[in-house]
Structures are given as structure tokens and as C-alpha cells.
Write a protein that binds this ligand. Structure first.
Ligand code: CO8
Length: 160
């Protein structure tokens, strides 16, 4: 069967409990990622739960969101891929409560290796952060390795 890339529009969440995009994770960012012209887009507003310094978004929260947006690259190629490396330049503080538009692109693929870039801008278009990532294509067995005895938290499997 030949893989057909998805059309422009919303992409499915990774699974319901995903910290980035899961609709049932009470601690999650509830990201909604869209495909537009071959790029991945997410409009996100960090809130008080994501503050580091008062009023400023924690860098780790930004990393979480970037990692998850990059994770949607799997939909571009029809295979799951996971983070091997993630690097972020924080150009400006990201105010809590401000709109942040994130665009990520698959720059190139070398066998299992997906080389990705991303940028976040504010409502005026000013750059907030940039990122690079290496994702590795994995088979579904990757997600079925050893689990802790209490596995109730993984009962929901939309994708995985
Ligand atoms: C369905 C998707 C959900 C997405 C959710 C959002 C994203 C996530 O949160 S994913 C979760 C976080 N990530 C993980 O848990 C992954 C943990 N790591 C792993 O499982 C493994 O390291 C894994 C599978 C990624 C790679 O393992 P393995 O197959 O042994 O690869 P490895 O040999 O280390 O590297 C593969 C290639 O990448 C290269 N490479 C590794 N690191 C780098 C780097 N930093 N820069 C450049 N190249 C690198 C290696 O040299 C190697 O190249 P080659 O194949 O040419 O020799």
C-alpha cells in the first residue's frame, strides 16, 4: 500500500493522554496541529501553569510543545518517529497569555533520520524561539516495551 500524505487541515492527536496534544490529559497543552502547505502549524497560548519567572513562559514548557509539534512529522511520512535530539534557541521571553504561532518543517530525510526545524513567532511576527530536532523513525514495537505494573495511565490509544 502506498502512503498518501494528509491534506491540509487538522491532524489527529498522538493519543488522548499525550502531554502535548491529548484532549484528555488535564496537565496537557491540548495542542491542535495543522498541516498547511507541507508545514506543521500550531497556535498556542501558554498560561499561568506554564510560567517560570513571573509572567514569562518556562523554557521547559516551550520545549514540551516544540517536541510534540515535531512529533507530528510522523504524519508526513506515515510512520511514527521519536525524538533523538532537540535543540532550542530562546530569542525572546514568551509572555504568559500571549499568542504564539509555531511552524515546523521536515527539512530532509536520510533513511530513518528526520531532520526538522521550527520557529515560534508572536502576534506581530517577532521571532520568539527557533529549534532543530532529529527524530528517528521507529516501528510500533518501540511503543510496546517494558511497562510499569500499573499501566492504567496508558489505557487510551488513539494512535499508538
Ligand atoms: C508517535 C509519536 C509521538 C511523538 C510524541 C512527541 C515526541 C516525543 O516525546 S518522543 C519521546 C522522547 N524520545 C524518546 O523516548 C526516544 C528515546 N530514544 C530511543 O528510543 C532511541 O535512542 C532511538 C529509537 C531514538 C534511536 O535508537 P537507535 O536506533 O539505537 O539509534 P542510534 O543508533 O542512537 O542513532 C541512529 C542514527 O542517528 C544518528 N544520531 C544520533 N544522535 C544524533 C545527533 N544528535 N545528531 C546527528 N545524528 C545523530 C546516529 O549516528 C545514527 O546514525 P547512522 O544510522 O547513520 O549510524
Amino acid at each position: 500500500m502506498t502512503w498518501e500524505p494528509p491534506h491540509d487541515g487538522p491532524l489527529p492527536q498522538h493519543h488522548h493522554n499525550c502531554l502535548g496534544c491529548g484532549d484528555r490529559n488535564p496537565h496537557g497543552h491540548h495542542l491542535q496541529v495543522r498541516l498547511e502547505g507541507g508545514a506543521l502549524h500550531a497556535r498556542h497560548t501558554f498560561d499561568e501553569r506554564h510560567a517560570g519567572a513571573p509572567g514569562i513562559t518556562h523554557g521547559g514548557a516551550i520545549a514540551t510543545v516544540l517536541d510534540d509539534v515535531f512529533g507530528f512529522a510522523g504524519y508526513l511520512i506515515g510512520q511514527p518517529a521519536v525524538t533523538r535530539s532537540l535543540s532550542i534557541d530562546y530569542d525572546r521571553p514568551v509572555p504568559v497569555g500571549a499568542i504564539c504561532d509555531i511552524t515546523a518543517r521536515l527539512e530532509r530525510r536520510e533513511d530513518r533520520k528526520l531532520f526538522l526545524t521550527a520557529e515560534g513567532v508572536d502576534a506581530s511576527g517577532a521571532r520568539l524561539f527557533t529549534a532543530r530536532a532529529l527524530f528517528l523513525v521507529v516501528d510500533l514495537q518501540h511503543f510496546h516495551g517494558p511497562r510499569p505494573p500499573d499501566s492504567s495511565a496508558r489505557s487510551s490509544r488513539t494512535l499508538l
